[in-house]
Design a protein around this ligand. Structure first.
Ligand code: NDP
Length: 319
């Protein structure tokens, strides 16, 4: 069998780097994109020791010419669209960039897939944020979307674009509706990494306190390297479909803080300060997932749960 070729859009990010490593281990030839491959931040690829095993090319998802040229040049069997502005908080500051990179980026990829002479399968990085606050409910794939940030609105639009292109043009295209997933590759702008690095700095006497916004929010946190396999599995089926990817267990941010600070021998109450300054214009309090569909249909199940995730982030265990 000839070697499969994958194109990972947004390969320098957390998921892109893990996915590249995973696909290399499966024998794929791996190409990745960055908006500027010459000046890209390759830290994650270096940490995973795969920078020389992959090919990074410049592609701007907003520039259709660059998308089409890249796909025609690489001739991938599988495309993973992971690029775009990925922070919910930042999407309130950069709504236009967020909407464009996620919605127009997905649209350009879908159009280029339609024009590709070679049949290509597409994975699109959806998000649990599309559901908004689920209250006392548990979201499954049929739960209605109620997005409450520019990021979530963008992800909901991208989801419907994929659904529409699949039904209208018969494309093999899937959305993974991923709940939060963490690793030591998470940038510090994300609250989980911020908590761990601040607890470390407090334990070393470098700082005394950490200021946060709401800590009563609940999220389903999983281990990023495991979620990569779920993305790949979605593209190996007979028929394309969308799947929630989650552990099925939600925890409050306060629990996250408590476990992380305890690991450093600290009482979190002595060091956490809450400030309105860090409140988002709107936030999701309850987020809870039912991953039965992916458990049963693809045989995928999350194994690493929150205490272990925190431990691995503290120890900087990449996998
Ligand atoms: P990252 O932010 O780590 O990586 C995204 C990559 O996209 C970056 O490396 C960057 O590459 C590129 N990018 C950033 N901004 C833009 C932009 N404005 N236009 C085009 N490209 C841009 O994200 P993750 O790896 O954590 O997530 C991957 C995907 O999965 C994202 O789409 C994210 O929204 C989604 N997702 C992530 C979840 C999580 O918990 N991690 C949960 C649910 C969904 P470069 O600068 O090299 O171009």
């Amino acid at each position: 069998m000839s070697q499969k070729v994958a194109l990972i859009c947004g390969m320098t990010g957390q998921d892109g780097s893990y996915l590249a490593q995973f696909l290399l281990s499966k024998g794929y030839r791996v190409w990745g994109t960055s908006r500027d491959a010459t000046n890209s931040n390759n830290t994650n690829l270096i940490r995973l020791n795969i920078v020389n095993k992959t090919k990074l090319v410049t592609m701007d998802p907003l520039d259709f010419r660059s998308v089409l040229t890249t796909i025609n040049h690489v001739e991938p069997d599988e495309i993973y669209y992971l690029a775009g502005q990925s922070s919910v908080g930042l999407s309130f500051e950069l709504p236009s960039e967020t909407i464009q990179s996620i919605v127009l980026g997905t649209l350009n990829i879908l159009e280029a897939c339609r024009m590709s002479a070679k049949p290509v399968r597409l994975y699109q990085a959806g998000s649990s944020e599309c559901y908004g606050d689920v209250g006392k409910n548990i979201a499954d794939e049929s739960f209605p979307f109620k997005p409450s940030s520019p990021y979530a609105v963008a992800k909901a639009s991208a989801y419907w674009l994929v659904d529409n292109y699949r039904k209208s043009y018969g494309l093999y295209a899937c959305t993974g509706i991923l709940f939060n997933h963490e690793s030591p590759l998470r940038p510090k702008r994300f609250v989980t990494q911020k908590i761990i690095e601040s607890a470390r700095a407090i334990s070393e006497g470098k700082i005394d306190r950490l200021t946060l916004g709401r800590i009563d929010i609940n999220r389903d946190w999983g281990w990023a390297p495991e979620y990569i396999e779920a993305m790949w599995l979605m593209l190996q089926q007979n028929e394309p479909d969308d799947f929630i990817v989650a552990t099925g267990h939600s925890h409050s941010l306060e629990e996250f803080i408590s476990i992380a600070f305890q690991s450093f021998g600290l009482e979190w109450q002595n060091h956490i300060v809450q400030s309105n300054e860090f409140y988002r214009p709107s936030d999701i309090i309850f987020s809870q997932a039912n991953p039965n569909k992916i458990n049963n249909k693809l045989g995928w199940r999350a194994k690493v749960m929150l205490p272990q995730i925190i431990e691995k982030m503290i120890e900087k265990q990449y996998w």
